[in-house]
Design a protein around this ligand. Structure first.
Ligand code: SF4
Ligand code: SF4
Ligand code: SF4
Length: 344
């Protein structure tokens, strides 16, 4: 079958192209924007060039990566706010501040309103654009649940997108807010979520499945521990209290056994890395309780003392017994060895 013939049998996507407007004007560091440039499953370039069959092409607008700047870039935002960038996925990066907790000034803004001469706050942009969006996505922990900027005592009162718009909020097409947490977001986790939404928009995927924290279920249903390279060390009670070796680092503060995140299994870039795999304790950055409930970061988690004590009771014995078995399995069966070799 020729390529042309194969193409003629493909279903036509319900839409040819999807616009994506990415706001980085929350309280954040643009780290999620930088992170997704490392994605390969799919890459940003794949979606922008529209090379995947039956997936609408992406018209991508992000101020950090855009060629346009100044008024030329803001024109795209104004078109989105007026409903003239349709269909549209709105992506928000960075925490959303509480602009009502002070008498004057503002915490975060982008551009100037020509009519009033006043800065347009990030909250105003979200208020104007979100009602026109086919879907709204929060990228990174700041935008999903508030993240570092929302920790107790911060003056901005900032919060995640679901706290700002409401956890029951739905887009005009009936899609809840889609949260892809991580500080920064794991590159392929974000791009795979985007690919899913494009497939949904194109008519080839059902409603995106989300958990109670609005995370894509297939990405966040397992713990770090379940995919960690050091999982076998934990099971055999090989715990370390110093950095720089291959043993389990739970006593150094790793929260992996209870944190829902797939970087242990997926790695960070091209399958390489992933916090505990490369010796960094998991501090729970994909969880709504981050950071307050995970601090102080370098202390052994409260439940770890009990669980490691329980594992130690059988883990060391199991490890020793496995050592005997492995030594035996490393020798050929006796009948394959010559009489001379058997004497060795
Ligand atoms: Fe930066 Fe992390 Fe916040 Fe993303 S979640 S904006 S990487 S601090
Ligand atoms: Fe589990 Fe962390 Fe140990 Fe990995 S390093 S096995 S995630 S406790
Ligand atoms: Fe965040 Fe832990 Fe996942 Fe690393 S392993 S990205 S610290 S949740």
């Amino acid at each position: 079958m020729t390529n042309t013939a194969a193409a003629s049998h493909r279903p036509t996507p319900a839409i040819e192209a999807m616009n994506l407007l990415w706001i980085t004007a929350g309280l954040g560091c643009d780290g999620d924007t930088i992170a997704i440039t490392a994605a390969t499953q799919p890459s940003l370039e794949d979606l922008v060039r529209g090379v995947l069959p039956d997936v609408p092409r992406l018209n991508f607008h992000n101020p950090v990566l855009a060629y346009e700047n100044g008024d030329e870039y803001l024109d795209i935002c104004h078109r989105a706010a007026e409903g003239r960038l349709d269909p549209l996925i709105l992506v928000v990066e960075g925490s959303i501040p509480n602009e009502k907790n002070k008498d004057e000034g503002f915490w975060a803004a982008m551009g100037v309103d020509k009519a009033t001469g006043q800065p347009i706050t990030t909250c105003e942009w979200i208020d104007r654009i979100a009602p026109h969006a086919w879907a709204v996505v929060a990228a990174g922990t700041c935008a999903t649940y508030g993240g570092i900027h929302a920790m107790e005592g911060n003056p901005t009162g900032c919060m995640g997108l679901a706290d700002y718009l409401g956890w029951q909020w739905k887009s005009k097409s009936g899609i809840p807010i889609v949260c892809v947490p991580g500080c920064p977001v794991q590159p392929d986790n974000f791009m795979e979520t985007l690919l899913y939404l494009l497939r949904q928009a194109g008519g080839s995927a059902p409603m995106i499945p989300l958990d109670e924290a609005l995370r894509p279920t297939w990405l966040f249903s397992q713990t770090v521990h379940e995919g960690c390279d050091r999982g076998g060390r934990y099971e055999q009670a090989q715990f370390t209290d110093v950095y720089g070796n291959e043993q389990c680092i739970v006593k150094l503060g790793c929260w992996g056994p209870v944190v829902q995140c797939n970087v242990g299994k997926r790695g960070w870039m091209g399958g390489v890395g992933g916090c505990p795999n490369v010796g960094g304790v998991c501090i729970g950055c994909t969880m709504p309780g981050f950071p307050d409930k995970f601090m102080p970061f370098m202390d052994e988690p409260p439940g770890a003392k009990l669980s490691t004590r329980a594992v130690s009771m059988y883990g060391k014995t199991v490890h020793a017994l496995r050592g005997f078995t492995r030594a035996s399995l490393n020798r050929e069966p006796e009948w394959r060895r010559s009489a001379e070799d058997k004497s060795v």
